[in-house]
Design a protein around this ligand. Structure first.
Ligand SMILES: [Zn+2]
Length: 293
């Protein structure tokens, strides 16, 4: 059974992100936040009301009801199923050429960006992975000519399409399609499977994220990648992969600037980090007690 977690696309409002725009609250980056040295649930008192309200709101609005924690394919489940890694397929939903240099840069960027989330869990409340290994194991393109110089070390180059005609890595190799962990029909077997898709679409504004991966505009991703630093739309969408909510129709008390509130912060904040930890501490009993495939 597939339970896609398709959350609302992000609309990043440039006005909110513009330099010099007045921000209602200082952004407190997760990187360097002293509270994140805590190894058990002990968020700063200033965040508690907002964390509790956010948790309650998610449990009220997520599927399946009455227990959204039964959803079986959050990023946490995926990392456990591989014993500490995330394999990406890049869906190249465009007409440009992705040469070997660009492909290598995307691979490197995914490692760096994913680590920003995963480091928040390292050592916290029984999370067993000091490091989560991240790699690209395949690309999907409209035409093999768009990925010149493909080498076997990069994994598999796919020309499969989804039902809408958009390139995607083979369903037989994808976690979203095989949540039982059976990749027997995947040419590369379990080793060659992918957990999430980074879906890059030419000309797309905003993005979307879920258990299947993250979707955003090619130009925005590549331009942020080349600048270095945070690829904030990717980070927001990956937050969804790990259960975090959107905040379009309500706001948690006292919190105005954090990456999951689209356009209000360009980096993962202390509040985002504690939201991620909240998900892990709640899912932990289910994941540790289940035999995750
Ligand atoms: Zn979102």
């Amino acid at each position: 059974m597939h339970l896609p977690l398709l959350l609302a696309p992000v609309l990043v409002l440039p006005a909110l992100a513009a330099p010099g725009a007045s921000l209602p609250q200082a952004v407190v980056p997760a990187a360097g936040a002293a509270s994140l040295r805590e190894k058990t649930w002990n968020p700063p008192s200033s965040l508690r009301a907002a964390l509790d309200a956010t948790w309650a709101h998610s449990m009220k609005t997520y599927q399946p009801q009455p227990d959204p924690l039964r959803f079986p394919n959050y990023g946490f489940h995926q990392v456990f199923a591989t014993n500490g890694s995330i394999s990406f397929c890049v869906r190249w939903d465009g007409k440009g050429v992705a040469d070997a240099k660009l492909r290598s840069q995307v691979n490197a960027a995914l490692k760096v960006q994913s680590k920003k989330w995963m480091d928040i869990l390292a050592g916290f409340d029984g999370w067993p992975f000091a490091e989560v290994k991240v790699q690209v194991v395949g690309w999907a393109v409209r035409d093999r000519a768009l990925a010149p110089g493909w080498s076997k070390e990069e994994g598999t180059l796919y020309t499969d399409r989804d039902p809408g005609g958009i390139p995607q890595c083979a369903e037989r190799c994808g976690r979203f399609f095989h949540q039982d962990g059976n990749y027997g029909k995947c040419a590369g077997g379990k080793e060659g499977h992918y957990d999430q898709s980074l879906w890059l679409t030419d000309g797309m504004n905003g993005g979307a994220g879920g258990d299947w991966g993250q979707r955003l505009g090619t130009e925005g991703f590549l331009s942020a990648m080349r600048k270095g630093g945070d690829i904030h739309i990717f980070l927001h969408e990956m937050g969804h992969t790990f259960g975090l909510a959107d905040f379009y129709d309500w706001r948690p008390p006292g919190q105005t600037n954090f990456i999951m509130m689209a356009g209000s912060a360009m980096t993962i904040t202390e509040f985002d980090a504690w939201m991620l930890r909240d998900w892990w501490r709640h899912l932990k009993p289910k994941i540790l007690n289940a035999k995750v495939a």
